[in-house]
Design a binder for this molecule. Structure first.
Ligand SMILES: [Mn+2]
Length: 448
């Protein structure tokens, strides 16, 4: 069974996480002819939604959890129906390795004919009376399938995680089980031996390398590659993997460099999405994370994206970048929970479990109007996620500074080098990057 390779960014995906996954999956298909599929590890944010709509693109496939499911082991075996003669089940069983699934008129599993059920059926037909021993086999094969089917076969949904039911399966007598879809219809059969060692989902991590920022149950997946631009906190693997982590402003930059190296140009929509990812992560090339390579990549992606006939043909890098940043701006139109959770990352350091969320605004004064509800939302998420303290970094993308709201900060954080305001928030002048500016300062304090 050929299974795809999923290219997936971090949870609470931002535009770069979506764009680099889409771009890299496309490059792998185009250059290496592998079955790479772009995925996302959560809901898309307002900015990404706006860009996808503008480009008339669908969001990538949602993957919350890498634990293998029944869909990865199902065999789509041929089936028969209740009233059909046993001879048909017999014919099917010669091709399936000795079993014949029997369905009702709605396509739902009725039962399974296997060696044991057939033997039981023959035993009840013949019984103990000697004269019945002369019943010809052809006569038996005229009986309807339903008479010889075992109707007590367990059924599992294609989307059920195998590890959740494997203990139950090991206690079962039978070796085969039905796999059904959401509406209860037959999809196929799975065998016990396939469930004990199901194939792992293959994953390429882009725009992150830490397991706790990744899809759940990452340890059950087969990690193939990491392509990223964040600090290291990567999971261990059984096998050597390809890993590139580089100091650039966006993962989309790295993907566009690989396209250029391969002598390939991305289609306009994918180039536009990647340009949005790059401009979003670097705040239109103004963030201190911006490098010369990001500038070069932005020119390259603009050249591919703004071609005649593209939906972006009227755009320039400047006009497009402004629209991209505007699409995420503003607290007034967003629920406080969304502001806190849509770009939240969880870290551990110095014995603390904490989160730093980031939201972008056009004017920091917006924070004052929403301070109480945002603080409440931070307190809620802190309790819900069982973390020690939570930080919301509201960044003014125009004036390049941030305001910090802290929920339950430990006393050591009094050392934060940002001016405390009368409302207990802190102003961090010139700080726009969580990764490169705020997080290293926080980690430095916590780890002493
Ligand atoms: Mn990124």
């Amino acid at each position: 069974m050929a299974s795809p390779i999923y290219v997936v960014g971090h949870v609470n995906p931002d535009t770069d996480s979506i764009a680099s996954a889409v771009g890299y999956a496309w490059l792998l298909r185009e250059r290496d002819h592998v079955d790479a599929v772009a995925a996302r590890a959560g809901n898309i944010n307002a900015q990404t939604a706006w860009i996808l709509k503008y480009l008339m693109m669908e969001p990538p496939l949602l993957i919350n959890d890498a634990s293998p499911r029944f869909e990865s082991v199902v065999r789509r075996l041929d089936s028969t129906t209740q009233e059909m003669p046993l001879s048909q089940a017999w014919a099917i069983s010669t091709r399936t390795g000795g079993i014949a699934p029997v369905l009702d008129k709605d396509g739902m599993p009725y039962g399974l004919i296997n060696g044991r059920s057939l033997f039981n059926y023959i035993a009840t037909m013949i019984g103990v009376r000697k004269e019945n021993h002369d019943i010809p086999i052809g006569k038996i094969l005229e009986s309807p399938c339903q008479d010889a089917a075992d109707t007590k076969i367990l059924k599992f949904n294609v989307t059920t995680k195998i590890k959740e039911v494997v203990d139950r399966i090991l206690r079962e007598e039978g070796d085969e089980f039905f796999v059904i879809d959401e509406s209860g219809r037959y999809v196929g059969i799975c065998r016990q031996r396939d469930l004990l060692n199901p194939p792992r989902i293959q994953i390429i991590m882009v725009d992150h390398n830490e397991a706790q920022q990744s899809v759940a149950s990452l340890e059950e997946a087969e990690l193939i590659e990491i392509l990223d631009h964040h600090r290291l906190g990567n999971p261990s693997t059984h096998m050597p993997i390809r890993m590139s982590v580089d100091i650039v402003g966006s993962t989309s930059t790295l993907v566009s460099e690989r396209m250029e190296e391969a002598g390939i140009s991305a289609p306009p929509k994918i180039a536009g999405l990647m340009l949005a990812g790059l401009l979003s992560d670097t705040l239109n090339l103004t963030s201190p994370t911006t490098t010369e390579r990001d500038r070069t990549a932005s020119v390259r992606l603009s050249r591919w994206a703004f071609v005649k006939g593209s939906v972006l043909e009227e755009e320039t890098q400047d006009s497009f970048g402004k629209k991209v940043l505007m699409a995420s701006t503003g607290l007034a139109n967003r629920a406080p929970n969304d502001v806190v959770q849509s770009d939240m990352k969880i870290y551990q350091a110095g014995g603390y479990n904490f989160s730093i969320s980031q939201a972008e605004v056009g004017d920091l004064h917006e924070v004052t109007d929403h301070l109480i509800v945002l603080t409440n939302a931070l307190n809620d998420i802190r309790e819900k996620k069982n973390i020690d303290f939570a930080v919301l970094m509201v960044t003014d993308v125009v004036r390049s500074c941030s305001r910090l709201i802290l929920s339950n900060p430990p006393a050591v954080l009094d050392e934060l080098p940002y001016a405390v305001q009368s409302d207990k928030t802190r102003i961090a002048d010139g700080v726009v990057s969580r990764k490169k500016q705020l997080l290293p300062v926080v980690l430095g304090i916590l780890e002493g």
